[in-house]
Design a protein around this ligand. Structure first.
Ligand SMILES: Cc1ncc(COP(=O)(O)O)c(C=O)c1O
Length: 381
C-alpha cells in the first residue's frame, strides 16, 4: 500500500528531538522555531513529560469514557486554575477540528439555531462544520458546503453588528488567526462580539487551538480583551505532540448524558500528557517566558531592513515581507538549519517556537534571519 499523497514534504527525516532542537537521520541539528504547526509547547522530549507518559503507559494506557478516569478531573482542575476559567466545564477530544466541531454543535444544541458567523482568512480545521467555517474554498468539499456560514472581515464591528441577529447560533473567531497569517482580533472587536452575542442570544466561540496554552503571553490570547467567551477550544500545545484537545464550556451551558462523545478523548495517556504539560507550564513559568522572548524577537525583527510588518503576541509571530517567503524559508531550513512556518498569506513567515525557547536561541534565529535577508534583499534589488 502507498500513502495517500496529500503532503508536500521536505527531504528531512527527524529521528531525535530535545528542547528546541531536532536531529535528522544524518545527525544534522536543526533549531525548531515552528514546533510542527505550533504543537510543541514545553519543548521536545521534556524529561518530566516523558516520565509522566512512560509511567502511565506502564499502568494503563487506555480505557473508554464508560469508566471513571480521575486524571480527567485533575486535568480540568489544573486547566481551570491556570487559565482562570475555574467555573467552566471541560469536554475532552482529540484534535483542533474536533474541538471546534463539538463547540459549534454545542452552541446549536444550546440555542437551537443554525447560522454561524466566521471571519475572512479563518482556519478552524478540516472536518464538516469546522471546514465550512474556514475561509478557504479549496479545502471545502461539496458535502461540507451546505452549512449556513456567513464570513465577515475580521475587526469590522459595523459588519458584525449588521449581520448578527436572533437567528445567529454562534460567532467563531480565532484568538489570533494562525494559518491566515497571524492576524489579531482587536480588543474592542472581541468586546463588541461578546456584547452582541449576549444581546442576540448567540454564543461566542474562541478558537484558541493555535493561540492558546500560553503561546500569546497570556494563557488564552482573548484574555488581552478581558472577555469571557461561551466556548473556548484548545488543542495543539495542550499535549506537546500527544493528540489531545478540549472544549472549555461556560457554566450556563448544561451537559446532558449522550450530548457529546468520543472513543479516544480523555484517555489515560492523553490526560497524562496534558497534565504534564500544565505542570511544566506552571513550574517553569512558560507564559512569562513566551511574553518576554516573544517581545524581544518581535522588537528585533521589526528593526530589520526589508521587513514590512511584524504581527503577533508572545511567541505567535508573523513576519510579513514585501515578497513571498518560500525561498527565504528554504534558505533558513537548508542553509541555516532552522524550521519556520508559512501562512496562507504567502508573504508571511510564521514563528511558533516552544514556549521555553531561550533568548540565546532566539538570537540564533535573528542572526540567521538577518543573513538570509541580506541575500534575499540583494536578489530583490
Ligand atoms: C486555529 C486553528 N483551529 C483549528 C485547527 C485544526 O486543528 P487540527 O489540525 O488539530 O484538527 C488549526 C490547525 O492548524 C488551527 O490553527
Amino acid at each position: 500500500m502507498n500513502l495517500f499523497d496529500v503532503y508536500p514534504l521536505f527531504d528531512i527525516e527527524p529521528v531525535k528531538a530535545q528542547g528546541s532542537y531536532i536531529w535528522d537521520k544524518e545527525g544534522t541539528k536543526y533549531l525548531d522555531l515552528y514546533g510542527g504547526h505550533a504543537v510543541i509547547s514545553i519543548g521536545h522530549a521534556h524529561p518530566y513529560y516523558v516520565e509522566k507518559i512512560t509511567s502511565q503507559l506502564q499502568k494503563i494506557g487506555f480505557y473508554s469514557n464508560s469508566v471513571k478516569i480521575p486524571m480527567q478531573e485533575e486535568l480540568a482542575q489544573k486547566l481551570g486554575k491556570l487559565s482562570g476559567y475555574e467555573d467552566y466545564q471541560l469536554f475532552l477530544c482529540n484534535s483542533g477540528a474536533e474541538a471546534n466541531e463539538n463547540a459549534l454543535k454545542l452552541a446549536s444544541f444550546h440555542n437551537g439555531r443554525k447560522k454561524i458567523i466566521a471571519f475572512g482568512r479563518s482556519f478552524h480545521g478540516r472536518t464538516s462544520l469546522a471546514v465550512a467555517a474556514t475561509d478557504d474554498k479549496s479545502i471545502v468539499a461539496p458535502v461540507n458546503d451546505g452549512a449556513q456560514i456567513e464570513f465577515l472581515p475580521l475587526n469590522d464591528e459595523v459588519a458584525l453588528e449588521k449581520a448578527i441577529n436572533t437567528d445567529t447560533c454562534a460567532v467563531i473567531v480565532e484568538g489570533i488567526q494562525g494559518v491566515g497569517g497571524v492576524n489579531i482580533p482587536a480588543n474592542s472587536f472581541l468586546k463588541k462580539a461578546k456584547a452582541l452575542c449576549e444581546k442576540h442570544g448567540a454564543l461566542l466561540i474562541l478558537d484558541e487551538v493555535q493561540s492558546g496554552y500560553g503561546r500569546s503571553g497570556k494563557f488564552f490570547a482573548h484574555q488581552y480583551a478581558g472577555i469571557a467567551p461561551d466556548l473556548i477550544t484548545t488543542a495543539k500545545g495542550m499535549g506537546n505532540g500527544f493528540p489531545v484537545a478540549g472544549v472549555l464550556i461556560a457554566p450556563h451551558i448544561k451537559a446532558k448524558h449522550g450530548l457529546l462523545g468520543t472513543t479516544f478523548g480523555g484517555n489515560h495517556l492523553a490526560c497524562a500528557a496534558a497534565v504534564a504539560v500544565l505542570d511544566v507550564i506552571e513550574s517553569e513559568q512558560l507564559v512569562n517566558n513566551a511574553l518576554s522572548v516573544g517581545h524581544y524577537l518581535m522588537e528585533k525583527a521589526n528593526a530589520m531592513s526589508g521587513v514590512k510588518e511584524v504581527r503577533g503576541q508572545g511567541l505567535m509571530i508573523g513576519i510579513e515581507m514585501e515578497f513571498p517567503v518560500a525561498a527565504l524559508r528554504k534558505d533558513l531550513l537548508f542553509k541555516h538549519k532552522m524550521f519556520t512556518g508559512s501562512a496562507s498569506n504567502k508573504n508571511t513567515l510564521r514563528i511558533l517556537p516552544a514556549l521555553n525557547i531561550t533568548k540565546q536561541e532566539a538570537d540564533l534565529f535573528l542572526e540567521a534571519f538577518a543573513a538570509v535577508l541580506k541575500t534575499q534583499n540583494a536578489e530583490v534589488l
